[in-house]
Design a protein around this ligand. Structure first.
Ligand SMILES: [Ca+2]
Ligand SMILES: [Ca+2]
Length: 210
């Protein structure tokens, strides 16, 4: 009789605990999945150059780069801020993507650099070793970007739409430079980032429902 009671108890325990156990197993992989998929951690970068690395500002120069990928429109957009302290309409940022997908940022016109002046204009350009661009002697055209200047904070570039092929590749390298035209000759007026690897299609856009 005792044995029978023990068996009934055991069966009851198994019946009650099994779903809880299974439930516990189901929850765990979801938690792990979340941890392994950072949503926005890699689409913001901050670069700094100390006073011995540039003559654009007296102290530290900052460049903050935020970008996102819009899955629906298959394009990239950027917000880039640089704390330059004096406005010059020919100051510009250079953005060079590995457009020919050969695994490197090429000098010259091969990767078709974007040179975006703070006055909203652009012209075809070639990339030089130091990160600066040599602009073609052609009439400039609107670049599709906007730039605001605040003497306290510097420039904020809004670059809403970049798409050089369709569909965009899964990933690309990107080098960004900034050139300040107000720096006297012989001083350091150009800064450039290391080459970033943008994993374009792994980064959430935040615009999926738009
Ligand atoms: Ca300047
Ligand atoms: Ca290239």
């Amino acid at each position: 009789m005792k044995l029978l009671l023990s068996l009934i108890r055991l069966t009851f325990l198994v019946a009650v605990l099994a779903p809880i156990w299974q439930g516990g197993c189901k929850i765990k992989p979801q938690e792990e999945e979340k941890r392994e998929t950072p949503v926005s951690a890699e689409n913001e970068y901050l670069f700094t150059w100390q006073s011995d690395e540039q003559d654009i500002v007296p102290g530290t120069l900052y460049m903050r780069v935020k970008w996102k990928y819009d899955r629906k429109g298959d394009y990239l957009s950027f917000i880039i801020s640089v704390n330059d302290n004096d406005y010059n309409e020919k100051d510009y940022i250079g953005m060079i993507f590995d457009k020919n997908q050969n695994g490197m940022i090429d000098l010259g016109t091969i990767d078709k650099p974007y040179g975006l002046w703070v006055n909203g204009m652009t012209a075809p350009s070639a990339l030089a070793e130091d990160g600066s661009l040599v602009f073609a002697k052609l009439p400039p055209k609107p670049g599709g970007h906007k730039c605001e200047f605040d003497p306290e904070k510097g420039y904020v570039f809004e670059i809403p739409f970049i798409k050089w092929q369709s569909p965009l590749p899964r990933s690309t390298l990107l080098r960004i430079s900034f050139v300040d035209r107000d720096v006297p000759y012989g001083k350091i007026r150009v800064v450039k980032t290391k080459d970033l690897k943008l994993n374009i299609k792994e980064v959430a856009s935040g615009d999926e429902n738009n």
